[in-house]
Design a protein around this ligand. Structure first.
Ligand code: DAH
Length: 359
């Protein structure tokens, strides 16, 4: 009887050591401690023992039962942990990989074109200036040589604020040209700046919105002439439209603040469904320019006998529409994300001359 218990104990613990799965453990438990298990059978047999034998074997058999039970439970925990570790290892994710949300946000074509234009002019030695959207009559009109009764000063064209206590009304700037005045009043020549920003006029149809965008250019130096103006603008247009040479024409025009003045048209083809730039028999106006009027220079304390300069103003919205084939100006400001997803630009690639402006 003694031998049997020790043998059984050795056999059961050997089996326990071999068990590598929870199923194998369960099988062992049933075969030893289940209703008809080997240890249970020994326990059942105790009833037929003599009281002396029972005193000797009872604790032994019960000890075996408890020891085996504890050992099985302990190994179960170890196997369950190992199984979990294996599963975690197999299902591992690399949290350092970038996530790709469906819509990341895009750069609006207006901002893209502002950047592109600024990059080209920066390369030509221009710095970027800004001025306020809320202007006064002096900077927006008077200093720019607008006559007292000029139609641009009319309520139909300009958004005026209510008059203040002195009877003076501020206005929303109708162009970026007042930044010319602010710059000339604050800085001495040589001056070479561009001024991007928002502008406002009472106007709304397919090609006009009450708020739109311009970029102003101003160069004041000794001996500057119309040839410089032409050279700078042609260089700019070729780089902006990413062509060898820009097909443009300078057409005489009138602006109060420049003399002589011109409008610049680019060659285009409107015969097909889409507008093509650089070829065709048609012309499209894209900017105004001229030599800064001596009255404007004098207003800003610059002697026109010594310093001359040229200025230009470009419609950014129009440039964006032309370059990126955007059909309706008003869609630009509707805040429709589907539109932005289609026409917008990747946020982490800023325009530069090395890799290309619009890539
Ligand atoms: N300020 C003009 C406008 O909004 C555009 C313009 C024309 C600007 C000629 C200039 C310029 O600097 O020289 O229509």
């Amino acid at each position: 009887m003694t031998i049997d218990i020790d043998k059984l104990e050795a056999a059961l613990f050997a089996q326990l050591a071999d068990a590598q799965t929870e199923a194998a453990l369960e099988e062992l438990r049933v075969s030893a401690l289940g209703k008809k298990g080997s240890v249970s059978e020994l326990l059942k047999g105790m009833g037929a023992m003599s009281p002396e034998d029972r005193q000797v074997f009872g604790p032994k058999i019960n000890g075996l039962k408890n020891a085996l039970n504890d050992a099985i439970n302990a190994k179960k925990v170890i196997l369950a942990d190992a199984a979990l570790d294996a599963r975690l290892l197999a299902e591992r994710i690399d949290a350092t990989l970038p996530a790709f949300p469906r819509f990341m946000g895009k750069i609006h074509p207006i901002m893209q074109v502002f950047e592109e234009v600024a990059v080209i002019f920066a390369d030509m030695g221009f710095t970027v200036k800004e001025g306020p959207d809320i202007e006064d009559d002096f900077h927006n009109f008077t200093a720019l040589n607008f006559p007292e009764k000029h139609p641009a000063r009319d309520m139909h064209d300009t958004f005026f604020f209510e008059k203040n206590s002195d009877g003076v009304a501020k206005l929303l700037r109708t162009h970026t040209s007042p930044v010319q005045i602010r710059t000339m009043l604050n800085e001495k020549p040589p001056i070479r700046i561009v001024a991007p920003g928002r502008t406002y006029r009472c106007d709304s149809d397919q090609t006009h919105t009450p708020m739109f965008h311009q970029i102003e250019g101003l160069v004041i130096e000794e001996g500057v002439h119309m040839g410089h103006l032409k050279g700078v603008l042609m260089e700019f247009l070729a780089r902006f439209f990413e062509v060898e040479t820009a097909a443009v024409r300078f057409r005489p025009h009138h602006f109060p603040f420049t003399e002589p003045s011109a409008e610049v048209d680019v060659r285009c083809d409107r015969s097909g469904r889409e507008l093509k730039i650089g070829t065709g028999d048609d012309w499209l106006e894209i900017l105004g320019c001229g030599m800064v009027h001596p009255n404007v220079l004098r207003q800003c304390g610059i002697d026109p006998e010594i310093h001359q300069g040229f200025a230009f103003g470009l419609g950014i919205d129009r440039l964006a529409m032309l370059k990126y084939g955007i059909p309706d100006l008003r869609d630009m400001f509707n805040s429709d994300v589907r539109w932005l997803e289609h026409f917008g630009f990747e946020p982490f690639v800023s325009p530069n001359l090395a890799t290309g402006l619009s890539r």
